[in-house]
Design a binder for this molecule. Structure first.
Ligand code: F6P
Length: 528
């Protein structure tokens, strides 16, 4: 067991026991034994109204969890687990601005990014809400006065400074200004920059350098390449910065007037609705951006106030716990039946896996249970012709979130009915399967899925969906007793890479002090 740093213990509510010692955990273990072999076919025939009952609805999202391997009792026990884990108190602590990111000693206040102007949220004695709105207003003014010569917007950033902006741009493309071209450069691989800019003219291009720290190697390397690429054009006309680090922004040569700030209480993967969303705001306009924020806020309120058994993020979180910790599922598929959401699974990978990919509790103890699932997915129906085979007939249990919309943004012929027929058919096939004489035609069924049938993909709906998963991640992190807001697991690789760069570039043969595999690989690379 690791020794907990005294600071870490401050946050752990005294009344919360380690996960496996909570009463609801033992009850769930018993319950799992009773339910694990029950087939969804039997659960549905035992209760003809199951498909109407095991549902919840809020904010234009109808969540049907009846095709999961649960009963009313399962949900009751899981909700009890959430209660015993202190989810209510911890949620209040997050919204209040307590320093719940214990290893970095920071508040976690992405919810403040969408708070109304009238709200007051105090961090270290200071109300942060006016600061949030001051930046939003400056961003809106910037969008309105964007130089008419600018035709291309290139966002340079990585992780949360890329995945949110690129996902939101794709998701809300229907609402975007089609006179502008948007590109996103993230990888330190020079190919990313070269391909993103090869058909652009420097005089018509604005670079948005998005980096919370403004020290991230990939982003700063791409930003320096961009500065060279514009040649003698003035930096202040072609660069803006989105960052918390004014000193580094200045050092790079970007005028603070062209900087949009945010704060250390915004985690990178929770930042798409902060200044990091400038490219989104330029694309869809300030009014649509504010509508997106209103969607986030509506889901925040739902999460904060709805009873657990009617609470969309909590239900998603509890289902995830059920499969991860009791059924031993390793992954969670997210399958959006909307082409605009094609980057949503990639966005969720950072949100979920950087948050809950941990094996030490917030108090510093090694966990003795499974934590964060591997998230993955592709838009339907493409996935159906690729990996669905394994979900239907493979040996692994893969819970799936299906996300679809009643209304399409592009009504073309019968496309939407065909798309949605597939959407409904897949969950039916997964749950109920089919018997057949030939073994290879047998579908066992009993493969769990959750369906989210949403009204329409608007900016507000996107905000709601993102906040839904943000709070799902939070709720799971609380039950698993993790610090969902740090990301120490990305550090070691960065440190080692910095050590290796001079070894690759040294003119003379460097003394290599790695293992025999790494040494040989580096020598071979040097011989190229
Ligand atoms: O990968 C680690 C990480 O710190 C992410 O959490 C973050 O989103 C990304 O790097 C980019 O960081 P920055 O915005 O500081 O460049």
């Amino acid at each position: 067991m690791l020794r907990a740093h005294p600071d870490l213990l401050l946050f752990a509510p005294m009344s919360v026991k380690p996960l496996r010692q909570r009463a609801a955990w033992a009850a769930l273990e018993n319950h799992y034994r009773q339910i694990k072999d029950q087939h969804l076919r039997d659960l549905f025939s035992a209760d003809p109204k199951r498909g109407e009952k095991l549902t919840a609805e809020a904010l234009g999202i109808y969540l049907d969890y009846s095709k999961n391997r649960v009963t009313g009792e399962t949900i009751k026990l899981l909700c009890q687990l959430a209660e015993e884990s202190g989810l209510r108190e911890r949620t209040a602590a997050m919204f209040r601005g307590d320093k719940i990111n214990v290893t970095e000693k920071r508040a976690v206040l992405h919810t403040a990014l969408r708070a109304p102007r009238s709200a007051s949220i105090i961090v270290d004695g200071h109300n942060v809400v006016p600061d949030v709105h001051e930046v939003l207003d400056r961003m809106a003014a910037f969008c309105q006065r964007l130089d008419k010569r600018i035709k291309n917007i290139v966002n340079i950033g990585i992780g949360g400074s890329d995945l949110g902006p690129v996902m939101a741009y794709e998701a809300l493309r229907h609402y975007s200004n089609r006179n502008l071209t948007f590109r996103f450069v993230s990888n330190v691989d020079g190919t990313d920059f070269v391909e993103a800019t090869q058909d652009l003219k420097p005089a018509e291009t604005l670079f948005i350098v998005a980096s919370k720290t403004f020290t991230t190697q990939e982003t700063m390397t791409n930003a320096l390449t961009a500065r060279q690429w514009i040649g003698s054009l003035p930096v202040h006309e072609h660069f803006v910065a989105l960052s918390t680090n004014e000193a580094e922004v200045k050092k790079f040569g970007i005028d603070p007037a062209n900087m949009f700030g945010f704060w250390d209480w915004v985690g990178g993967r929770y930042s798409m609705d902060s200044a990091i969303g400038l490219s989104t705001m330029i694309a869809i306009g300030p009014d649509n951006f504010r509508a997106m924020l209103a969607g986030f806020r509506a889901m925040d309120e739902h999460f904060r106030t709805a009873p657990f058994d009617q609470n969309l993020p909590v239900l998603l979180a509890l289902l995830g716990i059920w499969y991860t910790n009791f059924f031993g599922a390793e992954t969670q598929a997210v399958l959006p039946y909307d082409q605009y959401l094609k980057r949503f699974p990639a966005y969720l990978q950072q949100l979920t896996m950087e948050s809950n990919g941990k094996s030490v509790t917030a108090g510093g103890a090694r966990v003795d249970y499974e934590t964060g699932a591997i998230y993955w997915g592709e838009p339907g129906t493409n996935g159906q012709h690729s990996f669905y085979q394994l979900i239907h007939q493979g040996t692994k249990l893969i819970p799936c979130d299906f996300i679809g919309f009643k209304h399409t943004l592009n009504p073309v012929g019968q496309h939407h009915d065909l798309l949605m027929s597939n959407f409904f058919a897949q969950t039916e096939a997964l749950a109920f399967g089919q018997s057949a004489a030939e073994p290879y035609r047998v579908f066992d069924g009993n493969r769990p899925s959750t369906t989210m049938l949403c009204d329409r993909l608007t900016p507000a709906m996107l905000g709601q969906l993102v906040a839904l998963y943000e709070h799902c991640v939070f709720a799971q992190g609380i039950i698993w007793d993790l610090d969902s807001f740090d990301q120490w697991g990305v550090e070691l690789g960065k440190v080692l890479a910095k050590r290796i760069t001079p070894e690759l570039q040294s003119k003379t043969e460097p003394e290599l002090k790695h293992d025999s595999s790494t040494n040989t690989l580096i020598r071979r690379y040097r011989q190229r």
